[in-house]
Write a protein that binds this ligand. Structure first.
Ligand code: PRP
Ligand code: HPA
Length: 179
């Protein structure tokens, strides 16, 4: 058990397990997109930036990057249900094969909103990859194509995931017990 800013946390998924999970995810994605040129990886900032860069370096084709910021947690541990697009993509996705990369799916509200928005822009295909999934927390159903690990209903941090903006830099996933 470790402590930071009065918040205690303990390791749930080690750095080594993260690497193994990424290897499996990348193998599935490489197989799905064999023959596709310039797959567009869309990362949802800020949480997905860590997994997206680690995943991209395991992909065999040439991939392009774009980013979007959609926020609903506003620093807390519960989704407000109010998903805001804070920053949009830099480029058009019309006719592109798009893989949306998430760090975690919890209620599904963020992805559901972003998925609808991206589909309305006419991509050639749109699939979803998430490193973590908490299926027991789902409020809105959303189709997920590639899942790294399913976890129980615990608030987790590290590997891009934050609690009040802290902990994103941890190289492992930890569960927190907020003060
Ligand atoms: O399935 P949901 O209940 O919508 O939760 C999942 C979303 O919540 C987190 O983002 P957050 O809004 O906290 O922004 P962040 O990526 O900057 O941490 C996470 O990165 C997902 O995007
Ligand atoms: O467990 C979580 N941790 C951090 N951010 C999150 N956003 C949704 N669920 C989580």
């Amino acid at each position: 058990m470790s402590k930071f800013n009065e918040v205690t946390y303990e390791v749930m998924i080690s750095e080594q397990e993260i690497g193994e999970t990424l290897d499996t995810l990348a193998a599935e994605i490489n197989s799905e997109y064999a023959g596709v040129d310039n797959l567009l990886l869309v990362g949802l900032l800020k949480g997905s930036v860590v997994v997206m860069t680690d995943l991209a370096r395991r992909l065999s084709g040439d991939v392009h990057f774009d980013f979007m910021t959609a926020s609903s947690y506003h620093g807390g541990t519960e989704s407000t249900g109010d998903v805001k697009i804070v920053m949009d993509l830099a480029n058009s996705i019309r006719g592109r094969h798009v893989l949306l990369v998430e760090d975690i799916i919890d209620t599904g509200r963020t992805l559901s909103k972003v998925r609808e928005l991206l589909l309305s822009r006419g991509p050639a295909s749109l699939k979803i990859c998430t490193f973590l999934d908490k299926p027991s927390r789902r409020v809105v159903e959303v189709p997920v194509d590639f899942v790294g690990r399913e976890i129980e209903d615990e608030f987790v941090v590290g590997y891009g995931l934050d609690y009040a903006e802290s902990f994103r830099q941890l190289p492992y996933i930890a569960k927190v017990n907020p003060a």
